[in-house]
Design a protein around this ligand. Sequence first.
Ligand code: PEP
Ligand code: MN
Length: 265
Amino acid sequence: LASRSFKKEDTVIKVRENIFIGGNQFVVMAGPCSIESFENTEEIARAVKASGASILRGGAFKPRTSPYAFQGMGLEGLKIMREDADKYDLAVVSEIMSEDMIEAFEPYVDIYQLGARNMQNFHLLKQLGARTKKPILLKRGLSSTIEEWLMSAEYIMASGNENVILCERGIRTFEKYTRNTLDISAVLAVKELSHLPVIIDPSHAAGKYSMIEKLSMASYAVGADGLIVEVHPDPEHALSDGAQSLKLEKFDHMMQELTKLSKVL
Ligand code: PEP
Ligand code: MN
């Protein structure tokens, strides 16, 4: 179902009125790594909307490496996100970690995020495919091949939901300078092998805020359908992933550079 040989034309996924992923648009999802409070989320939502993002990202259920690290605000975080996103007319994308939460997520999210660590949680893939019609943002696993990633998309699609958006977020290599190695050619590989849209997450790939703007421009140039980027007004005090989060002004600058690029190309 996911393969280009099965369907020739590019799939365009409707998130809601006026927000489509795939085709000619370049969609930007932005927000904090973790939802921290109503006020913090509101400040971010207002800023990213003004800079041109159309979807608010944010984690309420966090897959943290350490069990002692901040685990997210849970359902309360999802409610905050929905309210702040509605205020600024943004759609919502947030990560789900367990099938028990599918119905609880449904009123709050426009896109379900399936995180890198769960890319091969086949039970969760099947349950999401069967129990929601909303789009699913499928992140590439930390050490997964492109074929394995597309097979995970296939699980969701074969279970009944064909609205899958792929997300390249960097993979593990021997290189330690960046958090992960952004596999930019994965976009080209996906475009050859599949009709599904593919976006890039430069934040989790680089792990460093200083690299985000240029990697975003490279994502546009290589033909990705959009970006998901971490943004925070005070990264030094962010509850997670501050080192890779852009300050609001830096995000705005990045969006201006992307707009210039789109006029040149
Ligand atoms: C995230 O987007 O906050 C996240 C945890 O990403 P990944 O699953 O790519 O590590
Ligand atoms: Mn993060």
